[in-house]
Ligand binder design. Sequence first.
Ligand code: NAP
Ligand code: MG
Length: 499
Amino acid sequence: MTTTQPDVAPNEQAQSFLSRDVHHLLIDGQRFAAASGETLTTTNPSTGEVLARFAAGGASDVDRAVLAARKAFNGPWSTWTPYERQALLTRIAQVLDEKFEELIQIEAMDMGAPLSRLRNTKPALMKMLSFFTSQATSISGETLMNGIPGNVTTMTLKAPVGVIGGIIPWNGPLNSQFWIIGAVLASGCTAVLKPASEASLSVLRVAEILLEAGTPAGVINVVTGSGSSAGHALAAHPDVDRIAFTGSTETGRRIIEASTVNIKKLQLELGGKSADIICSDADLDKAVPGAAMGVFANSGQICFAGTRVLVQRPIVEEFTRRLLEFMETLRVGNSLDDNATMGPVISENQLDSVLSYIDIGRNEGAELLMGGQRLGGDFENGYFMQPSVFGGVTNKMRIAREEIFGPVLSIMPFDDVDEAIAIANDSEYGLGGAVWSENLSTALRVVHGVHTGTMWVNCYGYIDPLVGFSGTKLSGYGSKGTTAHMDNYLYTKSVYVQL
Ligand code: NAP
Ligand code: MG
């Protein structure tokens, strides 16, 4: 690992957005202070400095936003044809393409992902928009046979469910918000978004861009504020039809409880502790960087990070040596530094929590092979941590069972593929996972054996909306991508027509 901390500053457009005194709520196309007048601050994790102040929305702000979303749902938006919604999504993609550099600078400063990483996410964002643009004109029901006497024609229609509450985590909001926005606009729903307090800014800026691109006022509203206040109010709101939530399993449980008020439909994408299985016949030229970046990308703050790296015993030594060599190529630095490949973690709290797992791992008897420290010197005010590797980890240890959500990789030896599958499955979570093997039947045995929502073979972390991504067990339910995603934003109406 090398480090770099030069003087860096955002571009003019990002600076102009960031220099606002307070970032207001965006409801019905207008900016409002929180009803309470209160504000919160967000920090730049690379410097530890306050980056911006934003409205601390609460229950009455959520009421106002839900009312606006309901009015928009019932208003002229409901008469837009699929072609019109498709054209809107096309315009949005164009404007996002033009403003992408501004958006990633805001995102980099708010949540700490390096620009090099964020630039690489552009094709994924554009693919997502392209997917939802196509979905706008692909919604269909069925004509069905029936056994009713007489001349009766029967069919199903698909209709938008209504007002969506979108609750977004901080680990990549610029892109992840579009799983909600894209489906809302393609289906004809409306939404109130509640971004994470630690990274609200790219969601607020995108909402403005959506208006500029021609999205009607009230279709996408944003209420910033704390999870326990604004987030809870949204999850418990009787006039919100559905919640799309991505975040921790613990918060997912609270949302389920709050949703009982009106039996809301839920899409819950939760935590993970994914197993990345390296068989002794794997091509290590690919498996080593693949497994490393399956953890260290985004400083380990990815729900499907493959943090349990299961390595077949004959190659443990070689894999470990090559992994540690590969890690020398990681460049930790300020998120605005073009040369950085790994940024800070999101907050001081998160850093403390990740560092506490270093102590937990050591006390449990795992061997810390690299890293484990907060960065000092030029980095001491930011929330930087050395990428870290534990060896000799067993699946009973807390570092193998709990989601650390930071740059910590655990190497866990296994003897045969059945044992690897058993270890992979011995987890509360079931989100991602991978297998590296040059033998396709071995790889497919693992694919079939591991109880998880998504599996990669000889690669890690591809997500394509055409293929989808989902979780099982405590990782939640409700797929992202494919028509299954759109089905979460639609309900089915059965229709009987007596002719
Ligand atoms: P989090 O603490 O659960 O927060 C997620 C969102 O929920 C934030 O907007 C948060 O607001 C809000 N929230 C908190 N308490 C709430 C409540 N009682 N009612 C309603 N909303 C509430 O998760 P995080 O720390 O931001 O994100 C990390 C977690 O997300 C990890 O567990 C990760 O695995 C998971 N994740 C999963 C996926 C996936 O696709 N499965 C993707 C990314 C992340 P505040 O920020 O104001 O607290
Ligand atoms: Mg921030």
